[in-house]
Design a protein around this ligand. Structure first.
Ligand SMILES: C[S@@+](CC[C@H](N)C(=O)[O-])C[C@H]1O[C@@H](n2cnc3c(N)ncnc32)[C@H](O)[C@@H]1O
Ligand code: SF4
Length: 383
């Protein structure tokens, strides 16, 4: 058995366009009014063909349309991509097919089109249930739009998740608690709750470095918000199964679990990363960030791949720990030992004595107490 089989196999398809660039976002997203869907379809299908020849005979556990804003893709384009995928791989019975959607200008017909094409899970970027905060986050939708889009989505999909960002400007702990409870009243079975990160190279990053991004909560308040989030979600039966992801038991995102369980995934589209085991050796792949360059590369060379680097065992172990310890289930110590080539031993005894990590049934996990210190714990554990 190859190591990736412990995590499964998925496809990530990147759509790099948005209606507007949100000031906090450093995803590979671009605003363009000259998008020729036919060109994109040709390129995606060509990449699916190329990758399917590298991964023949595999069972496909998941497909994820991420962005950017994939809900700007026409249902016909999604249908053509999924049809080609179905003709190239055997899909697992419970294959999860997720599409990220933005609540701006959602029409019911479009969502039905995605469902009819085969999408069975939607992930919606709601970000906030407070009008002023949506404006501050540069969002083009109102709270009413978001709630309406969510209701429309519910008519077409059983599985829907949505994203919220907390630790926003001017946000208080008490208001976040109320907002989160409102969100849980709406939620179906999955929620992604991200603490606002100020990324270099974004509009927020620039404003922050000039001292102009005012009213951000202190680190202590942000930590209090994190713990309140865990408490409120636990009480609602939506515990965290990963640092920022909450779900009812059995409704975890299988696609993201492929990343965190260190499975294999192919990245298709500009800026999409992949991890692919070919002839027994795991590789890291990437693609050009620029949409135009990626399209041209696929058209001219028949491959969108920028680089394909074989990963030495020690790097695989590091990645396995970095990903797996984000999950509340932690990692399988035998897998860590197999990747290392000798038994994986935890050198730092204080971590478990202080209750920051635990070992249970052959697994190593970071406890709820340790979770806010994850990065420091990882520095201790990575050989
Ligand atoms: C690719 S976007 C989701 C879909 C869609 N583009 C949208 O915005 O509606 C992924 C998610 O990452 C989160 N995100 C992006 N930048 C972030 C940041 N700087 N801090 C915290 N969360 C962030 C947002 O919650 C966002 O919904
Ligand atoms: S948060 Fe979503 S909509 Fe906003 S720029 Fe990023 S990818 Fe686009």
């Amino acid at each position: 058995m190859e190591d990736w089989q412990n995590g499964g196999f998925g496809l990530y398809i990147h759509w790099p366009f948005c209606k507007a660039k949100c000031p906090y976002c450093d995803f590979n997203s671009h605003v363009s009014n000259t998008i020729n869907e036919a060109d994109w379809q040709t390129a995606y299908l060509s990449e699916i063909d190329r990758i399917s020849t590298l991964t023949q005979g595999r069972l496909l556990n998941s497909v994820f349309f991420g962005g950017g804003t994939p809900s700007l893709m026409s249902p016909e384009l999604i249908a053509a991509i999924l049809e080609r995928i179905r003709s190239r791989w055997t899909l697992a019975n419970n294959c999860e097919i997720t599409l990220e959607a933005n609540p701006t200008s959602v029409e019911a017909g479009r969502f039905r089109g995605y469902r009819d094409a085969g999408v069975n899970r939607l992930s919606m970027g709601i970000q906030s249930l407070r009008e002023n905060d949506l404006k501050a986050l540069g969002r083009l939708h109102t709270v009413k739009d978001a709630r309406k889009a969510f209701d429309i989505a519910r008519d077409s999909f059983d599985r829907i998740s949505f994203d919220l960002i907390y630790a926003r400007q001017q946000q208080t702990l008490d208001d976040w608690k109320i907002e989160l409870k409102e969100a849980l009243d709406m939620a179906v079975d999955h929620l992604s709750l991200y603490q606002l990160t100020i990324e270099d190279g974004t509009a927020f990053g620039d404003r922050y470095s000039r001292g102009k991004l005012r009213g951000l909560p202190t680190e202590d308040t942000a930590t209090d918000m994190y713990f309140a989030t865990q408490e409120i979600c636990d009480a609602a039966g939506m515990s965290a199964y990963e640092v920022s992801n909450h779900a009812q038991k059995g409704s975890e995102s299988r696609h993201n679990e492929i990343y965190w369980r260190y499975g294999d995934y192919a990245g298709i589209g500009p800026g999409a990363h992949g991890r692919l085991t070919i002839d027994g050796q795991r590789h890291a792949t990437d693609t050009p960030l620029s949409p135009a360059l990626w399209l041209e590369k696929v058209r001219k060379t028949g491959s969108g791949e920028g680089s394909c680097t074989s990963l030495p065992a020690d790097e695989q172990l590091t990645e396995f720990l970095l990903m797996g310890l984000r999950l509340s289930e932690g990692i399988d110590l035998e897998r860590a030992s197999a990747l290392q080539g000798h038994p994986f031993i935890i050198q730092n005894k204080y971590l478990s004595e202080d209750g920051l990590i635990a070992t249970e049934n052959g697994r190593l996990l970071v406890t709820p107490k340790g979770r806010p210190l994850l990065n420091a714990i990882l520095r201790e554990l990575i050989p």
